[in-house]
Design a protein around this ligand. Structure first.
Ligand code: AMP
Length: 399
């Protein structure tokens, strides 16, 4: 299932797709992760894609050590020029420009049950949808996978209420948030006419992963949702239109991009419930699955919960991560990996061709070193090196 419901799928590269059920062409380097003893574990281990292996040889400048005291090198100048080109582009575009020529918008009425909403999500292959309140004919916020994670936590704490689970309707989700004492996810909406750069800066502050485009109809004095744009959609838009992304060759290690410490990990034997709990408390959308030695096997994603719950059986949550990953749809795209020596140029090239939502940073033996999320990339593109660049609630990365 995709995390980006609005994007027309990019044509897959020949053999580019990764995952347990796909084979890549022999010219491409495939790393098969070590299999573990359990059947579920073997099925659930993903194969890996490294942007640098597949796309182009590493830039020869990649090994230059980052020393601020040295005179500026060509790679630094190019990086700066590449970032500037991305920012100039975003400042010259409106949110509306990100939308494809033709797209669909699925809105869900707040009177639907949570179970019905899950079935619609699965049937339509989407993982979030704007809510519509038909009693007031207004936009009522965004339903995202975080809401389902909250429902999971709620029934874990209040098992006595599970008998009424089928009656839970979408407008009840606010009460679930209150009981759990979680802050409702802040959805910062933008006008389709807003400057894309400004909308993205606002999104970084809120830490939301999507921007609903909401317009106001002065005739009816009501708000209307035009579409929802995702981080992937925005990065793909940049990758398709800003050729200077080729200049972003500085290795991730040099620009300190991604998360390298305190990475939340799990094993194939971890329970889905525990992983859901930590995803909510840490506000992260995925947890890498590793061996006891730290070798990456797969990634459990928040969206996996939709597949687990679609039958309406909350008992499935006692599954192990390994079992849950084995239940993924056969066309699951797999996981994407890169090395710390890769630059954003090759990551952008991957984004141009495939729906990537995060990239695991591994070494040559597939030991997990870090995580690069789309929010990390957007933060770097928008903020790095900018005056007053710090965005509250986000890490700032120094080049
Ligand atoms: P995401 O949830 O992918 O939007 O990522 C939000 C932030 O958390 C980014 O800075 C990621 O690098 C970081 N992050 C994502 N997953 C993890 C994880 N499993 N452990 C620690 N940090 C993470």
């Amino acid at each position: 299932m995709s995390e980006d419901s609005e994007v027309t799928p990019a044509a897959p590269l020949n053999g580019q797709t990764t995952g347990p059920h796909h084979h890549r062409s022999h010219s491409q380097h495939t790393t098969t992760p070590p299999s573990s003893s359990s059947h579920a574990t073997q099925d659930a281990s993903a194969s890996f894609l490294r942007p640098s292996d597949l796309l182009r040889p590493k830039a020869p400048t990649a090994s230059i050590p980052p020393k601020r005291s040295q005179p500026e090198r060509q790679i630094d100048r190019d990086e700066r020029a590449g970032l500037q080109a991305c920012r100039d582009f975003l400042r010259a575009r409106k949110c509306y420009d990100v939308l494809p020529l033709s797209f669909r918008l699925i809105e869900l009425d707040v009177g639907l049950t949570v179970k019905e909403s899950l079935q619609i999500m699965v049937q339509c292959g989407i993982v979030s949808a704007p809510l519509w309140d038909s009693s007031t004919s207004t936009y009522a916020g965004l339903l995202t996978v975080t809401d389902y994670l909250n429902v999971v936590r709620y029934y874990n704490l209040h098992a006595d209420k599970l008998k009424d689970v089928d009656k839970l309707i979408l407008s009840d989700l606010k009460d679930v948030e209150k009981v759990l004492n979680v802050r409702p996810p802040e959805t910062v909406s933008a006008s389709p006419e807003a400057i894309l750069y400004d909308a993205l800066r606002k999104q970084l502050v809120s830490r939301a992963r999507r921007i609903p485009l909401v317009s106001y109809d002065s005739d009816t004095q009501r708000t209307m949702v035009t579409s929802v744009i995702t981080q992937y959609r925005i990065l793909k838009f940049i990758s398709m239109n800003v050729k200077e992304t080729d200049m972003l060759r500085k290795p991730l290690e040099m620009i300190k991009l991604g998360t390298y410490s305190d990475i939340v990990r799990c094993s194939m034997d971890s329970s889905v419930l525990d992983v859901v709990d930590i995803m909510v408390t840490k506000n992260i959308s995925s947890v890498p699955v590793v061996t006891t030695e730290g070798v990456l096997l797969n990634v459990f994603e928040a969206v996996d919960v939709i597949e687990i719950l679609k039958s309406g059986d909350y008992g499935n949550l006692t599954w192990t991560v390994g079992r849950a990953l084995s239940a993924r749809a056969p066309n699951h795209p797999g996981i994407y990996c890169c090395s710390i020596d890769d630059g954003l140029d090759s990551i952008f090239e991957t984004i141009r061709k495939s729906r990537v939502h995060r990239v695991m940073i591994v070494d040559d033996s597939n030991y997990l070193k870090g995580i690069l999320s789309l929010s990390d990339i957007l933060h770097y593109l928008l903020v790095d090196g900018e005056e007053h660049g710090h965005v509250e609630g986000m890490k700032t990365f120094g080049a």
